[in-house]
Design a protein around this ligand. Sequence first.
Ligand code: 48H
Ligand code: FE2
Length: 259
Amino acid sequence: MELDDVKISRAIIESFMEDFIDYTDIDVAIVGGGPSGLVAGYYLAKADFKVALFERKLSIGGGMWGGGMMFNKIVVQEESKRILDEFGIGSQKYDDDYYVADSVECVSTLCSKATQAGLKIFNLISIEDVMMKESKDVAGLVLNWSAVEMGRLHVDPLTIRTKAVIDATGHDCEVVKVVEKKVGPKLNTETGTIMGEKPMWAEVGEKALMDNTKEAYPGLYVTGMAANAVYGSPRMGPIFGGMLLSGERIAEILIEKLK
Ligand code: 48H
Ligand code: FE2
């Protein structure tokens, strides 16, 4: 077989364009490919929803690769061990009720199992805005290449339509920030605004996360670290059980809502 350079290019362009067009009108769009976004995407795809995840960076995985302070291990608590098991991620028991897992195995397996379940991942794309119509519900996402953002080039974005958006952007809760800027203090929080992440306190941060995992504004749902940042709860350091459970929880909420 003789290799045709141009045929290789055409195969890539055609296949990508086909996917990209196919995902301009979807059920759920997830912003951010950290642990919570990947787990949410896995369960939604498994339930047969048309779901895409947009990640700004080249690599998927967010803050999970580096474990704690670059010791590439993560800890999960007893309650969330079943999610590691669901994905087939190995872990070692530590002192009865903690489990330690390899962060590289975690990220690569979450990514692999989620895409195999049907989650479509677009990397190198940043969400810069949302679409809203008369109702002011979030009805779509405004995207651009991360390279455009990084190069500060003046290039207009493109838009996709979606029934629901999940902000899984971590500490920065970027999508909620955009919405707050556009609509003012109308978020579903005590103050109507983003309440801001509180200091480290794993015990409270992990517990609060489950309550904070919800619809923060019509059409816009929060999961993972973004949920604690929006609802004013503590950070929790390199314990990742809550991130996994929060991803699962937001998927359950949306499966119920959209079915
Ligand atoms: C496209 C975007 C955009 C955008 C951001 O930070 P993450 O790993 O998020 P979570 O919530 O799944 O996990 C949090 C965890 O990693 C963590 O930081 C913990 C547990 N911290 C505790 C502590 O005390 O510090 O991933 C978010 C992803 C990243 O990959 C970003 O690049 C991406 O979202 N992202 N992608 N468009 N506008 N903003
Ligand atoms: Fe963090």
